[in-house]
Design a protein around this ligand. Structure first.
Ligand code: SF4
Length: 698
């Protein structure tokens, strides 16, 4: 209880991109409990993860010593392996020895095969400073641009479309702006589960009269607050959005003044959507043409309207096209740049925005500056006093393919878990096993760490200082609340030690020194200093002055494109990569749960969260359950062209007929054994949201 606490430390939640501010209540160096703080994105509210998911750092299987693989110990995910006692496969080592073995292995591969034989995955769970250091190490120490992170599995397609159309990959307005909107479209997102405190802002908006419109194949809790819900056929999103654009064009509902002053390419879009009428698209979308017309009219005729989207939009082979369509809808109606208007891809991990800004992306340097641009490269070469590779690096799934092909031979993975999070896990795990040298830096012996040659015990979020950037572009400070256990070390310190062994003259004493360097390469951090973050707790970028609040809504005057105008990018309906057929008649979609985050490495080691949601289960609609002859709680087998998984089945009235949902956080029923690795050609994001499958009684 709070009366027993001997200290309090203010910080930020380590889970989702909402970025709730919280306070750790501490006694004898242990977190007793967590309370919400009055941050701009949470107003004292927390969801169950932020409130109860604080004890994972003290789990019995926490790594506290560096580990080195024993000679001959097999690599792979072994269900009998005990992460709390890794001695069957690993021996403990000193930091000096572990760092030496880690770095020498990578350096040896570089010497033998060149810089492109190495790659690194950084982490959106780590701080901005750690992301900056990680990508700097890969680019200046390894010598390649093969550095990526979980944005590739999340919003890479959204960012590709936003960069192309409006010149910036971040949101144009915060989710607090929903309070000012007359209409809010939520599509391909499930905020009550995945961004629960953001969902409270949508509920508050609905209470004040904002019309919530939900466009999604399956239902969700926010449906109870919706003015209208359109449940369309999975994978038909581009058809639906083009039909909405057709209505806006044919009924002349567009904002001609806005289009003339702020955009280019509208005439081509008009021509493009001419034949994509609601009547022509209705059958493939599975919704009546009149409903499509009604939704298009509501959005277009609103004075102020916003669009929010999530992985249901981005994780498709047409993910970039989906986002292009949403951007076209907003541009056509002049719904950006004013309070209560905007485009907002809801960011997943707590620091996926910041890690992307800081350069954990293979084709761009920090602040999304292309590696192929000689001027950009020259600026970073001067800042870092080294030459940089001018070739874009490979992305997450491409790196796995390059390992399988034998071209990438060594990796450094910090805080990511591709042995659970990559599509088609058999393929991904075979690739990890093929690596000649793998260094994993994490809190636990994760599924990925079970392939490692060296494991470096890292820092949990309450054990270090660092800044993070949430979905609203708000930069906030996490502060060390409790000491590191055993020999575990802050991630920034470990990265620096590896860098030193690559001969890099790094000498950072604290993350604030890294932040100061970041400001030299990232204009987005202008007028945001570490001291200011300590003082104000949250500053939004872009920020015009040292004493000004940052811009909650951007691009009212001009877009950050060469012409200052936004660009319409027409798209054609593209089917999912694989089709349902007689053998695989059901659509498998995957996602998160309220209680568990991503691959479950933290939340499944949190006592309360694990108790609240203790086992893997798939969800189907009541009719689907009847058709299978099953009852809720029975065992069911899900089979795709890549494999089979057996788990319990639950009935969910919000599920669409013909679909099954699987959470992807359970190692014992790893959903990504089944998912399709086919990539969106622009964002290089896999199609997690659509795999043809067969359901049978197990
Ligand atoms: Fe944490 Fe997100 Fe929940 Fe807020 S909404 S407490 S940031 S998980």
């Amino acid at each position: 209880d709070s009366a027993a606490a001997d200290s309090q430390v203010d910080s930020v939640c380590p889970y989702c991109g909402v970025g709730c501010q919280l306070t750790y209540h501490i006694k004898d160096d242990e977190i007793l409990h967590v309370s919400g703080r009055d941050g701009p994105s949470n107003h004292n509210r927390l969801c169950v993860k932020g409130r109860f998911g604080f004890d994972y750092p003290r789990h019995a299987s926490r790594l506290t010593r560096p580990l080195i693989r024993k000679p001959g110990a097999p690599k792979g995910v072994d269900p009998s392996f005990d992460p709390a006692d890794p001695s069957s496969h690993f021996r403990e080592a000193s930091w000096d020895e572990a760092l030496e073995v880690a770095a020498e292995g990578l350096k040896g591969l570089k010497a033998a095969h060149g810089p492109n034989a190495l790659a690194g995955f950084g982490s959106a769970k780590c701080s901005n400073e750690e992301a900056w250091l990680f990508q700097k190490l890969v680019r200046t120490g390894f010598g390649s641009n093969h550095v990526d992170h979980c944005t590739r599995l999340c919003h890479a397609s959204s960012v590709a479309a936003l960069m192309e159309c409006i010149g910036s990959g971040a949101v144009t307005a915060s989710f607090m702006q929903a309070a000012e909107a007359d209409v809010v479209i939520l599509t391909g997102c499930n905020p009550a589960v995945n961004h629960p405190v953001a969902a409270t802002f949508f509920k508050q908006a609905a209470k004040r009269g904002t019309k919530i419109i939900i466009l999604d194949p399956k239902g969700q809790a926010l449906g109870a607050y919706a003015h209208q819900t359109l449940s369309f056929t999975p994978g038909s999103d581009v058809s639906l959005f083009n039909a909405m654009l057709n209505v806006i064009v044919s009924e002349e509902l567009y904002d001609a003044d806005y289009i003339r002053e702020h955009t280019e390419g509208f005439e081509a879009l008009k021509e493009h959507v001419r034949h994509l009428t609601p009547e022509a698209m209705a059958e493939s979308c599975g919704v009546p043409a009149e409903d499509i017309r009604a939704v298009a009219r509501e959005y277009a005729t609103a004075e102020r309207a916003m669009i929010f989207w999530g992985m249901g939009i981005s994780q498709h082979v047409h993910g970039t096209d989906n986002a292009r369509c949403l951007i076209s809808l907003a541009l056509a109606c002049g719904h950006t740049g004013r309070p209560g208007t905007g485009l907002h891809p809801l960011r997943g991990q707590n620091n996926v925005q910041g890690a992307s800004d800081a350069g954990l992306i293979p084709m761009v340097l920090p602040d999304y500056q292309p590696v192929g641009d000689a001027q950009v490269r020259a600026a970073f070469e001067e800042l870092w006093n080294t030459d940089l590779d001018d070739q874009p690096g490979l992305t997450v799934v491409e790196i796995m393919d390059a390992i399988a092909a034998g071209t990438i031979k060594g990796m450094y993975i910090q805080g990511e878990n591709p042995a659970m999070s990559d599509p088609d896990l058999d393929h991904a795990r075979a690739a990890l096993a093929k690596l000649e040298h793998l260094v994993v830096q994490d809190l636990f012996v994760t599924e990925t760490a079970q392939f490692a040659d060296v494991i470096l015990p890292a820092s949990a979020w309450p054990e270090k200082d660092g800044s993070v950037t949430n979905t609203n572009r708000q930069v906030q400070l996490g502060r060390q609340a409790v000491p590191l256990p055993g020999d575990a070390r802050p991630d920034w310190w470990i990265i620096q030690e590896i860098a030193k062994r690559f001969g890099l003259p790094w000498d950072y004493a604290h993350p604030r020194e890294v932040f100061a360097e970041m400001k030299q390469g990232m204009a987005s951090l202008d007028h945001i200093s570490w001291e200011r973050l300590e003082r104000e707790a949250s500053v939004t970028y872009p920020c015009p002055a040292d004493d000004a609040p940052g811009a909650d809504v951007v691009f009212g005057d001009a877009f950050p494109t060469a012409s200052g105008r936004a660009r319409f990018s027409p798209t054609l309906p593209l089917p999912p990569d694989e089709q349902i057929d007689r053998d695989y008649p059901t659509v498998l979609t995957t996602g998160r749960q309220l209680e568990h985050w991503h691959t479950g490495s933290m939340t499944r080691r949190s006592r309360v969260l694990d108790a609240l949601e203790p086992e893997a289960a798939a969800s189907v609609a009541p009719g689907e359950l009847r058709r299978l002859g099953l009852e809720a709680g029975d065992w069911m087998q899900i089979t795709t062209r890549r494999g089979s998984i057996t788990l319990k089945v639950r009935v969910d009235p919000l599920m669409a007929e013909g679909m099954v949902f699987m959470p992807f956080c359970y190692a014992e029923a790893a959903a990504n054994m089944l998912t399709n690795p086919a990539l969106d050609p622009f964002g290089k994001i896999p199609e997690f949201k659509y795999a043809a499958c067969r359901l049978t009684a197990a």
